[in-house]
Design a protein around this ligand. Structure first.
Ligand code: ATP
Ligand code: MG
Length: 407
């Protein structure tokens, strides 16, 4: 077990003060799978007050749930007191949490056996639910009775599918049956928590797990009451051939909402799921551009470049090409042509935005042109001509064109 030295130091400090400390959850699961953990969570018998007294630099991140962030070697680590979740009345959040001195009690509140293993270099493993065996069997199994556990917190149903997709594990049949029976409870879960798990599922290595959302009937509840507007198998096939980039995966998943008139728009469904504006704009733009093949000529390419976020124009164009290739709108050879043309347009600084024009509204106004809608249309007209004729982007030429209509 390769535990970073900062984490070992935290465990040691807790033990030297007479408490227990274990790494727990995703990091133990990932170590056992031979995958480098992305973060290290620590669980301890010390109360939050005791944790704060032991470490010089801490933050009260989630103190009401027992979590203190400890800064060790300049890095943050979450240290959470062993706790038992109180009763659940809303299928969402425990009504209360109680701290306990027994690690087994803390492990028993966790969702799946593979996530309920703790490890400490002096004690070895605490694994009361045989999570290690389930990692070997590549099985997602609930800690305890699936019906009870999914009734307590309905998000766990979606988490089961998310872990199936990110780990490539299978879900135990008893859990699948419970999900199918209890799927409607997902309506009680906040859009934010659903979005978080959906995004992780879409960005996982095995997006094929999406089909479990369909077979269990969870999918319309994930989508806040809306049926998915296309055959899911097609989307799965696209996702499987896409890199794990979040914008690409979200665009592929949400594009069918753009193409089906009766379904909500991409913007609407993503807003309902509380995606942030930047993410929504990117996915909606790609969804809109995706179905239309781009001719291999400079004018058409500039019309596309105009619509992309300018701080990431090359990267966004590249993503659009990738999406078109995945969905069969374009192919490698055509994309290579488009890429060369776009590179050439950009490296030669050919004008394609209003702000690239050699004149602006003030220049027009100075020649007596009234401000307003008409001026906007006049500038847009000039720009459109300049897209085909970049050499004519000179102030005098443009003014002549405008006033005389001649060249
Ligand atoms: P990842 O590596 O993808 O983050 P993770 O296992 O760390 O996976 P988190 O969502 O970060 O997943 O949760 C951390 C741990 O907290 C889990 O391993 C699990 O033990 C516990 N946990 C998280 N959410 C729930 C839940 N809804 N119900 C019960 N236990 C949960
Ligand atoms: Mg985690």
């Amino acid at each position: 077990m390769n535990i970073p030295k900062e984490v070992q130091k935290i465990l040691h400090t807790l033990e030297a003060a007479g408490f227990e400390g274990f790494v727990v959850g995703g990091c133990v699961r990932d170590m056992l799978r031979g995958v480098a953990p992305k973060d290290w969570d620590i669980t301890t018998s010390a109360t939050p007050t005791q944790v704060k007294a032991l470490f010089p630099r801490t933050f009260d991140t989630g103190i009401q749930h027992g979590t203190i962030t400890v800064l060790q070697g300049g890095k943050p680590f979450e240290v959470t007191t062993y706790r038992i979740d109180g009763t659940y009345t809303d299928a969402r959040r425990p009504d209360s949490v109680t701290f306990t001195a027994q690690i087994e009690e803390d492990l028993s509140r966790r969702d799946f056996t593979i996530n309920a293993i703790a490890y400490n270099p002096t004690h070895g493993f605490a694994d009361p639910f045989n999570g290690r065996a389930d990692i070997t069997r590549q099985t997602i199994r609930c800690v305890g009775n699936p019906t009870h556990r999914f009734t307590e917190d309905a998000l766990r149903m979606l988490r089961a599918v998310r872990f199936a997709g990110t780990l490539g594990f299978v879900i135990d049949p008893a859990a699948i049956n419970a999900i199918t029976a209890l799927r409607e409870n997902l309506t009680r879960i906040s859009a934010e928590r659903i979005r978080e798990e959906l995004t992780r599922l879409l960005c996982g290595t095995l997006p094929g797990a999406l089909s479990l959302l369909e077979s269990t009937g969870l999918l319309p509840y994930v989508l806040r009451g809306t049926p998915y507007p296309a055959p899911l198998a097609q989307t799965v096939q696209y996702l499987e051939s896409a890199p794990t980039d979040e914008t690409l995966r979200l665009s592929l998943f949400f594009t069918p909402f753009q193409q089906n008139g009766s379904a909500p728009t991409v913007e609407k469904i993503m807003r309902d799921l509380r995606y942030d504006n930047k993410t929504i704009h990117a996915a909606a733009l790609f969804a809109r551009l995706l179905p239309h093949p781009i001719p291999a000529e400079r004018y058409a390419i500039k019309k596309i470049l105009q619509q992309l976020p300018q701080d990431l124009v090359k990267d966004s164009f590249e993503k659009l090409l990738a999406l078109q290739q995945i969905t069969g709108v374009s192919d490698t050879a055509h994309n290579e042509l488009l890429r060369q043309l776009a590179d050439d347009v950009l490296s030669k600084n050919e004008p394609y935005l209003l702000k690239h024009l050699a004149i602006n509204g003030d220049d027009l106004h100075a020649t007596g042109f009234p401000r307003g809608k008409e001026m906007g249309a006049a500038l847009a007209g000039l720009l459109d001509a300049i897209l085909r004729e970049p050499a004519a982007n000179e102030k005098q030429i443009l003014l002549n064109r405008l006033h005389g209509g001649e060249k």
